[in-house]
Design a binder for this molecule. Sequence first.
Ligand SMILES: NC(=O)c1ccc[n+]([C@@H]2O[C@H](COP(=O)([O-])OP(=O)(O)OC[C@H]3O[C@@H](n4cnc5c(N)ncnc54)[C@H](OP(=O)(O)O)[C@@H]3O)[C@@H](O)[C@H]2O)c1
Length: 303
Amino acid sequence: MLIKIHAASINPVDFKIRDGELKLLLSYKFPLILGNDFAGEVVKVGRGVKGYQVGDKVYGRTNKDKIGTFAEYIAVEEDVIAPMPSNLNYVEAASIPLVGLTSYQALYEELALLPNQKILIQAGSGGVGTFAIQLAKIIGAHVATTVSDKGIDLVTSLGANEVINYKEKNFKDVLSDYDAVFDTLGGKQLEDSFSILKPGGKVISISGLPTEVTAQRLGLGRAKQLLFKLVSRKLKKQAKQYDATYEFLFMRPSGEQLATITQHIEAGKIKPVIDRVFKFEDTQKALDYSESGRAKGKIIIEM
Ligand SMILES: NC(=O)c1ccc[n+]([C@@H]2O[C@H](COP(=O)([O-])OP(=O)(O)OC[C@H]3O[C@@H](n4cnc5c(N)ncnc54)[C@H](OP(=O)(O)O)[C@@H]3O)[C@@H](O)[C@H]2O)c1
């Protein structure tokens, strides 16, 4: 299907791809058009397309080998998109796919989060955090999150039960007996996560070190499976000390899961959180702002 893109969101993966930080996970040839998710309008359909017609408003996250949404048009397969929520405009809809699917896969598939379970969502005021808090509240979980003073009101309005100002307190000194941690930060924060878990607890990270499972899921060869097994060995060992588990998630596109997210949005249970909207010609400024690491919610480019 050919899509006329009306808006795209910035994700840290964009500048990480540009800088070659994800070379071991994803291989791209440069020059390359960046951009991983979008909202737009169907302008042409191929013969095999069943569910969409010219004029439909859709949104999605592209396949990892066919990125390039910082553009006016993109060709995508039917299975990576969903109809846009009827109550959102293009800018709002573009804020959802990548962070929405990441949160969905982390909470439902990896953590199998249940009502009344306790979860820590790191960096609650970021693009992923603002979505994940809302999704965890739909599940009925008790949510703790970390923010600076600039993010306190935002995450409280999204339903977070415990808000920890990371500039004043270390989460590991105030939280205990947690069922799950959704780590979006990696490094020391990831290593400290295990100590707040109850036995049987789970840590899923999207910013830590990949494991052999990550390599298998991405279809990478034996050498990388072995390499990732080695680099994640310390984290697995730490997890074991606390009778917990560690896994890394590299999110994947899914039109089906996005359709479920659409239902939550149309029911008013999830709201887009947008920090700033840039013009298409200011894409570089939008990337710079994302790279500052200070965004509250999502950064959007409007075509
Ligand atoms: N593996 C995957 O599939 C996948 C998918 C999506 C995202 N990711 C990764 O996940 C990470 C988060 O993505 P994102 O889109 O949410 O990023 P983002 O929107 O750029 O995150 C920015 C937010 O992080 C907060 N923050 C920074 N340091 C913090 C700390 N030490 N403690 C608590 N909050 C902190 C900032 O708040 P303050 O300014 O107030 O500090 C800001 O609101 C990125 O590294 C991204 O690449 C991976």
